[in-house]
Design a protein around this ligand. Structure first.
Ligand code: AMP
Ligand code: MG
Length: 489
């Protein structure tokens, strides 16, 4: 590939960390989407990627020079149950690239054929889940939330067999690192302390370089992951994102959102919302996400125990201290995000009650989460000139009065500027699930990618209202709601 700095850092780790595996070529690859902006940021030649050699690489039909594809091994708790060996069953790490800021990123193909970790799977991905991942991960990035990115999507020209035959596709994913909590768990579960140490050293060098300077680098690594995950989940909560399958093998220690399977954004505000069809007990419901994140981090801390201190009690003590920082980090990120969403400056004791009252009202009124926050950021609503602001039920009146009083205390009467700031943090467009499903249906059933490209374009600037695109900001009608999502694996 025409790039100055392609390499494969993960291959410098011991060979028991991965299996060198070539992708399985596909019959008739066709480029569905290429993320030219991302390619540019990564110093990749977008024209080359869009050409025959680039397509051959993105389809897994021909590996460019310097690429050393490998499937990584990991373990993981899936819905609370430990699987001692998972691994990249349908993904291959192609190599690293260095972006314009000098940061290393990994490029991975997902859906590129079987690997030694495929178990009973076919190593392939269906078009629908590939488009969902592409669109939702790019939407997250545009919202300013840490995430893996989508570099390209390729149709394979082959069928994959799920319950029915479906068109196959491959997504090229980019991440700072694909190391998961489950990767650390694999080396802990196999009691491979040298492996655990090598993995932690690699993670520190690549993701948490400041931890190397700390007195206890492995404790600092754990602290870094706790802080990154707390901030990430707070951001999810602020936009109504539901990951759907927060197993420990789907949680990246980099703090990037990873593994867009049954994920979705909620329309109507309801903390109990669950989309994933298989999540019958609501383990990964919207409101449980911070608790689950801490549960996963506790599994990470357990796995890291042998590195934290010589003595067990000391190691446990250090782990507990690191985990105790989750709640303060989460609350700081969540409350500062809420203050920004509501245009509040400074901190007041009653702010948390103000947030809670609003959320309770939204739940009771079955209000659309995104549009409620968006409506609050209109100067008329903010200043109290719109007595009955559009989009907000009349029952919001008393709350609006309290909120305006709180805003007024901040001083300054530049309502327009304040409203502008609110609009800049309350998105107009999220990938609404009924729209995502309609987009997938058009592509899968009619090979019509126009809805995919249109949605991708709108979601690229989610804070800017775009004329003619109102339907992307409209909640589903009663007959349009798509209540379930599927892993699609
Ligand atoms: P997920 O629930 O998608 O995070 O996947 C859990 C595990 O199953 C991971 O180890 C995946 O690599 C593996 N997996 C999922 N789908 C497939 C597939 N179609 N072929 C092989 N392995 C798969
Ligand atoms: Mg996964």
């Amino acid at each position: 590939m025409p790039h100055s700095s392609i390499g494969q850092g993960y291959a410098t780790l011991p060979s028991r960390f991965y299996a060198r595996t070539q992708p399985t070529p596909v019959a008739a690859p066709r480029l569905i989407a290429l993320n030219r902006a991302l390619a540019g940021d990564l110093g990749l030649d977008a024209d080359w990627l869009a050409g025959p050699d680039g397509l051959a690489m993105l389809a897994g039909n021909h590996m460019s020079q310097g690429m050393d594809p490998l499937a990584t091994v990991y373990a993981g708790h899936q819905f609370g149950h430990f699987s001692p060996q998972l691994g990249d069953g349908r993904a291959l790490l192609l190599g690293d690239v260095v972006d314009r800021h000098g940061l290393v990123h990994e490029i991975q193909l997902k859906g590129s054929g079987p690997t030694p970790y495929s178990r009973r799977g076919d190593g392939r991905a269906a078009l629908g889940p590939v488009l969902r991942e592409y669109l939702l991960s790019e939407s997250m990035a545009a919202l300013g939330i840490a995430t893996t990115r989508a570099l390209a999507a390729v149709a394979t020209g082959e069928r994959v067999y799920r319950e029915t035959p479906l068109p196959g596709a491959i997504v090229a994913r980019v991440a700072r690192s694909h190391i998961r909590v489950g990767t650390v768990q694999f080396f802990a579960a196999t009691q491979d302390e040298p492996g655990l140490r090598a993995l932690a050293d690699f993670a520190i060098a690549r993701l948490y370089p400041q931890a190397a300077l700390a007195e206890q680098p492995y404790v600092a690594l754990l602290q870094g992951v706790v802080a990154a995950q707390a901030a990430l989940v707070a951001r999810w909560m602020l936009v109504g994102f539901i990951h759907g399958v927060m197993n420990t093998d789907n949680m990246a220690i980099s703090g990037e959102t990873i593994d867009y399977g049954p994920c979705a954004f909620m329309d109507t505000y309801n903390p109990a919302t669950v989309f994933s069809f298989i999540d019958k007990r609501g383990r990964y419901a919207y409101t449980n996400q911070p608790t689950v994140a801490l549960w996963n981090l506790t599994r990470l801390a357990e796995a890291l125990l042998p590195l934290l201190a010589e003595e067990d009690t000391r190691a446990i003590d250090l782990a507990q201290q690191a985990l105790a920082a989750f709640h303060p980090h989460f609350h700081a990120a969540y409350f500062s995000g809420m203050r920004a969403k509501l245009g509040l400056v400074g901190e007041q004791d009653e702010d948390e009650t103000l947030f809670k009252t609003l959320l309770d009202l939204m739940e009771r009124e079955k209000a659309d989460m995104t549009n409620t926050f968006r409506a609050l950021g209109h100067a008329g609503v903010l200043s109290g000139q719109d007595v009955a602001p559009t989009g907000l039920p009349a029952s919001f009146g008393p709350w609006l009065a309290r909120w305006r009083a709180r805003v007024a205390q901040q001083g300054g009467a530049d309502w327009a500027a304040r409203a502008q700031a609110m609009v800049g943090v309350n998105p107009c467009y999220i990938p609404r699930n009924h729209k995502v499903e309609a987009m997938i249906k058009a592509a899968v059933e009619h090979e019509d990618y126009a809805p995919f490209h249109a949605m991708l374009h709108v979601l690229a600037t989610p804070y800017v209202a775009q004329p003619g695109m109102e339907h992307f900001a409209t909640p589903p009608g009663a007959d349009e709601v798509v209540p379930y999502t599927y892993c699609g694996t």
